[in-house]
Write a protein that binds this ligand. Structure first.
Ligand code: GLP
Length: 250
């Protein structure tokens, strides 16, 4: 195998995947309560967050000493705006667990100084000792965070221009109007992502199958940012049957 990611786990459903990863995270928190997690938004991690909330309510997941860093945020949206990624995370996870608000780290989409905000985020990650486990989603076009397919990628946290395809994919949160989706976002860069100690990329549904196949079996190319994960020593890809559908050796 000249290209590729060796560690791929295929689950029967998106729910089964979410349950398995939630248990894995709860175990990790029990072993190291001060774990630093990196978290994504989107539809894919919803079963994971639902299960983490359930485990927490059952007394089996304690976030009291954990820290989280989210991957990205729309530029121009207030954190309290229901369409912001911050609000999404509050609704799906943070409002229902015992993670201290001061240890929830997020990019500020209302910043007036983008450069300074991006540098602040990089420093905050460093001060926390780096991200122990970064969970990632995969855009339909192969993007990671808001690192979109391009001729070249940006290394660190930066302002990113969204592609029309990504604005369409995010339109559900904006009254189904792609034109209402912000044109820009703040996102961890590919080097920020690759600095995490461990990566787990999640992809579910047949619409992701083509990008999953290229990411796992193709060459490393900025045309498919997910392929850069091949450069990490400690990466796993967790998929359901739909997303695994085009792998040559699932
Ligand atoms: C969004 C986010 C990504 C996310 C991706 C997939 O644009 N910026 O961080 O991983 O799209 O979203 P979904 O899980 O809804 O398919």
């Amino acid at each position: 195998m000249v290209n590729g990611i060796a560690r791929v786990r295929v689950f029967s459903t998106a729910e089964a995947l979410g349950r398995a990863l939630a248990r894995n995270i709860a175990r990790r928190l029990a072993e190291d309560p001060a774990t630093v997690l990196g978290l994504p938004t989107g539809r894919t991690p919803i079963p994971l967050y639902r299960e983490l909330v359930r485990l927490h309510r059952a007394g089996r997941a304690d976030f009291s000493r954990a820290t989280t860093f989210n991957l990205d945020e729309f530029l121009g949206l207030d954190p309290r705006d229901p369409r912001s990624y911050r609000s999404f995370m509050q609704r799906q996870l943070f409002d229902h667990i015992n993670l201290p608000p001061r240890r929830i780290q997020f990019l500020d989409g209302t910043t007036r100084d983008v450069g300074q905000e991006c540098r602040r985020y990089e420093r905050a990650i460093d001060r926390a000792g780096g991200i122990d486990l970064l969970i990632l989603g995969l855009g339909m076009n192969g993007h990671i965070g808001f690192n979109e397919p391009a001729r070249a990628l940006v290394a660190r946290t930066h302002r990113a221009r969204l592609t029309p395809a990504t604005r369409r994919a995010n339109a559900t949160f904006f009254g189904n109007r792609a034109s209402a989706v912000p044109r820009d976002a703040l996102s961890m860069g590919m080097a920020t992502i690759l600095r995490a100690k461990q990566l787990v990329l999640l992809a579910t549904g047949a619409t992701k199958a083509r990008s999953v196949q290229r990411m796992i079996e193709g060459r490393v190319t900025p045309r498919l940012p997910g392929s850069f994960l091949q450069l990490h020593r400690h990466v796993e890809v967790w998929v359901d049957r739909g997303a695994a559908g085009k792998l040559s050796d699932p």
